[in-house]
Design a protein around this ligand. Sequence first.
Ligand code: NAP
Ligand code: L37
Length: 283
Amino acid sequence: MEAKVLNGKELSTKIKEELKLEVDELKKSNINPGLAVIIVGNDPASRVYVNSKKKACAEIGMESFEYALDENTSEEALIDLIHKLNKDEKVSGILVQLPLPKHIDEEKVIFAIDPSKDVDAFHPVNVGKLMTGNPDFLPCTPAGIMELIKESGIDISGKECVVVGRSNIVGKPMAMLLLSKNGTVTVCHSRTADIEEVCKRADILVVAVGKPEFIKGSSVKPGAVVIDVGINRLENKKLVGDVEYESASCVASAITPVPGGVGPMTIAMLMKNTVKAARLQAK
Ligand code: NAP
Ligand code: L37
């Protein structure tokens, strides 16, 4: 049996349509959500994502303000800009597209963002709120994955959940969200002794390692739900995930495609967070 395809493109379109109505309503009460997007340097993937984020803002009728800074921008100049945006009433949310050039300390930059405008939910205050179970904003990629799982009618409670990857952006917050929905969560990483064995236990398998087709169908439990977070551009320009789709989709009951799976959901959740930030700031 071929797995059900979890269509993130379609669900993200639906979410953005609902957000557009919400933005229209907010505007009537003189609340105008706006997103500041900062990109430093010329990373081509980041450029694509930032363009998609600006486009999504326009789609839902929200303003966006782009700051494209030179590769050689100093850490101080970047932090000065963030302080200025923290005070700017037109700016509800601030997004600094990662990764940053090596001479800039990402932690310092994230720390400079006002937590109430931190729509990526990377600031320690928001990370802490997620840990203790009282978050204002959910990190975009894991939140998008939770929406996809929910939409497909999959119940997380009591399930064996395996997350491959432990980054602050994806793996760690993903594990927290699955735990908050009563999954039994295991997190794998580069030092995990036997990844295949752990993955085969998973009812819900989330893969975020950044290695093309790293997980094969032979590591997937029959009937499992497979979430592929990876975005890898091959030399032939083809885009593939961290999961070998062909073999995994024959074993899984449901699977996300790349492209068209988790990526578009990440952007929809960013829009959702920014609208929420505007609402919270208006109070
Ligand atoms: P990252 O910061 O590079 O983290 C990768 C994680 O994978 C690390 O925890 C690392 O383990 C682990 N890992 C690396 N090699 C491994 C191996 N051989 N066996 C087991 N674990 C291994 O990456 P990320 O930011 O989480 O991103 C992961 C992927 O998702 C990338 O392809 C990225 O482009 C994509 N992504 C997609 C979206 C989206 O919206 N779709 C959003 C963000 C990222 P250690 O900690 O031990 O080093
Ligand atoms: N919020 N997300 C946030 N902050 C960051 O600092 N780096 C980063 C981040 N990651 C991010 O933006 N990821 C991301 C990845 C993929 C898409 C969007 C965002 C996406 O739209 N992917 C498309 C394909 C895009 C392509 O052709 O390259 C998809 O369908 O998967």
